[in-house]
Design a protein around this ligand. Structure first.
Ligand SMILES: Nc1ncnc2c1ncn2[C@@H]1O[C@H](COP(=O)(O)OS(=O)(=O)O)[C@@H](OP(=O)(O)O)[C@H]1O
Ligand SMILES: Nc1ncnc2c1ncn2[C@@H]1O[C@H](COP(=O)(O)OP(=O)(O)O)[C@@H](O)[C@H]1O
Length: 214
């Protein structure tokens, strides 16, 4: 079935390449993939990181679970099949943003290891342009934060398949970055990620230090 769907499709190469776009942007296109329980701090950290990167002159775009589920993925709910499809689509969108030379920050629970690996494996440059950030806070901490009141509803039984309560979360075995948000401040979490990006050459050290000095 899939074969017949794709057999008449021929890739059309352009003349302006990812490298050209990256040269114009003065940085590479890459994905920072945040994963973690609801309330662990994915959205908070991705917003704060985007602010930092923007102030350094980087071109960024943030994809957030709640937001994308009101548009592109509004047909999907929270069954295992729908979550797999959710992450498959986001993996593909992240790939397009990399090709556009843009730093994209994705904030999805992305509870299944296999799906996160699938998103990573879509990357043309292998591990070089996909940075997995495990936003790690114990369930008790997330539940205490409960920024949207969802844990309370899930405990009361009004949200089925709620991650951490009635649906699984598979923690990353070997993420590039592990931020323990139960023990660190938001600012320290962002600094940890920016340091990683500088050390590994994703962004220029000088840009980051100029902003630090402000
Ligand atoms: N059943 C259930 N389980 C988990 N989360 C739920 C559920 N129902 C609604 N929500 C809200 O949807 C946000 C998670 O969407 P994601 O697209 O990130 O989920 S997933 O990656 O497909 O698992 C999640 O956002 P975050 O709290 O930012 O993680 C919730 O606001
Ligand atoms: N170190 C931290 N990093 C991120 N968020 C934190 C931290 N400490 C406390 N918080 C709070 O935890 C909550 C996390 O919510 P949110 O970012 O929406 O999580 P998620 O996107 O993972 O569901 C916010 O209210 C945020 O202010």
């Amino acid at each position: 079935m899939n074969d017949s769907k794709s057999s008449n499709i021929v890739w059309h190469e352009g003349t302006v390449s990812r490298k050209h776009r990256e040269m114009l942007n003065h940085h590479r296109g890459f994905t920072v993939w945040f994963t973690g329980l609801s309330g662990s701090g994915k959205s908070t950290l991705s917003v704060a990181l985007e602010e930092r990167l923007y102030s350094m002159g980087c071109r960024t775009y943030r994809l957030d679970g709640d937001n994308v589920r009101t548009g592109l993925n509004r047909d999907l709910a929270f069954s295992p099949e729908d979550r797999i499809e959710n992450i498959r689509r986001i993996g593909e969108v992240a790939k397009l943003f990399r090709d556009a030379g843009i730093i994209n920050l994705t904030a999805f629970i992305s509870p299944y290891r296999q799906d996160r690996d699938m998103a990573r494996n879509l990357s043309e440059r292998g591990d070089d342009d996909f940075i997995e950030v495990y936003v790690d806070a114990p369930l008790e901490v997330c539940e205490q934060r409960d920024p949207k009141g969802l844990y309370k509803k899930a405990r009361a039984g009004s949200i089925p398949n709620f991650t951490g309560i009635s649906a699984p979360y598979e923690a990353p075995a070997d993420p590039e970055i592990h931020v323990r948000t139960g023990d660190t401040s938001i600012a320290d979490g962002v600094t940890q990620i920016v340091r990683y990006l500088c050390t590994k050459g994703y962004i220029e050290n000088e840009l980051a230090s100029a902003v630090d000095a402000d």
